[in-house]
Design a protein around this ligand. Structure first.
Ligand code: PHE
Length: 341
């Protein structure tokens, strides 16, 4: 009996086979248990030798069972270690570092230059009401400027006759919100995304502007010109030529646009040479009606405002001939211009 079970245990292939053998040998109705039951029918002398022998056999089989069970578990672990083996000395897979997008870099740089001149940063919503985007800026309902701005409108429910909200066409509504919230004096810039249905080499339907606003007791056009020239020389270095052109905006009077001298040669954009000009901003003295709309008394306060095209000045700085490339998310392009590792 002993050698039969010991050899069966030695051959057991897995834990289930071990369990079967345990039941067969030492389980309630197992072979050894049944023999132990026979002890009662024996004479005391027979019992004295058979009893300890059966107990010893039972112990031996039990310990053989648990030893085999442990050995099987060890073997299973070894097998797993073998199959899940990993060579930690292999070289790591190449990982490229990310980087800040050029437009974000320029936005930060512009904010830092204006911070040095005492301008704080303000923000506003990209989905704007008709009032803040147009009316408060002296662009009433049928003003041609509305059509010129190629506005994206949101939809109102059927029967709702209020004017629809718009995707803001410029950052100028943030002027109004800031004046309403803080009153005068004020000196802020508002960088952010703006939207117009337009698409070519120098236009994308989403682009970035930074608005500037300075309101105080005696601010003039001269302060505006000085501030912008100071900004351009800090941003481009001394080399760029600027051109102030008389212009018209409903929300400023007088108004001026600023162009930067540049040329497109062999698909390259070069700043400060040639006879091309790229318009980069609109500006002017804030119209009294705009101050009134923002609850500021135009008899006491006046100021200037401007809106710079961030993407345009990024094109000029990095010599990028096509503005659309900024928003293509093409990693090869970003790497080519050194914007990504
Ligand atoms: N909001 C104007 C535009 O986007 C730019 C501008 C801003 C002009 C502030 C004057 C003053 O075209």
């Amino acid at each position: 009996l002993k050698s039969k079970y010991l050899s069966l245990i030695a051959d057991a292939a897995d834990e289930a086979a071990i369990e079967d053998l345990r039941v067969q040998a030492v389980g309630k109705k197992g072979e050894i248990s049944l023999q132990m039951r026979e002890l009662g029918k024996m004479t005391p002398e027979e019992r004295q030798t058979a009893g300890p022998a059966l107990n010893a056999l039972k112990d031996e089989i039990n310990s053989a069972l648990s030893a085999k069970k442990a050995a099987l578990a060890d073997a299973a672990l070894d097998e797993r270690l073998r199959s899940e083996w990993l060579d930690v000395t292999l070289p790591a897979r190449d990982r490229r570092e990310g980087s800040i997008h050029p437009i974000s870099q320029v936005t930060e740089e512009v904010s830092a230059i204006f911070a040095d001149m005492g301008f704080a940063v303000a923000e506003g919503p990209q989905i704007e009401s008709d009032w803040y985007n147009f009316d408060a800026l002296n662009i009433p309902g049928h003003h041609p400027a509305r059509a010129e701005m190629d506005t994206f409108y949101t939809h109102r429910a059927e029967g709702d006759n209020r004017p629809p909200h718009v995707l803001r066409t410029h950052t100028s509504p943030v002027q109004i919100r800031s004046m309403e919230a803080n009153g005068a004096p004020i000196r802020i810039i508002c960088p952010g995304r703006v939207y117009r249905a337009d698409y070519d080499q120098t236009h994308t339907p989403m682009f970035n502007q930074v608005e500037g606003l300075a309101i105080d007791k005696d601010i003039s056009m001269a302060n505006l010109k000085w501030t912008l020239e100071e900004f351009f020389s800090a941003y481009f270095g001394a080399r760029v030529k600027t051109r102030f052109r008389a212009s018209h905006f409903p929300f400023t009077e007088p108004s001026a646009e600023v162009d930067i001298q540049c040329s497109w040669v062999d698909g390259q954009l070069k700043v400060g040479e040639g006879d091309g000009w790229l318009e980069v901003l609109g500006s002017g003295m804030v119209h009294p009606k705009v101050l009134q709309a923002a609850k500021i008394d135009p008899d006491q306060w006046q100021g200037f405002a401007f809106g710079v095209g961030i993407d345009r000045i990024a094109m000029l700085k990095y010599g990028i001939p096509d503005l659309r490339a900024f928003f293509d998310s093409d990693l090869r392009w970003l790497r080519h211009y050194g914007f990504s590792a």
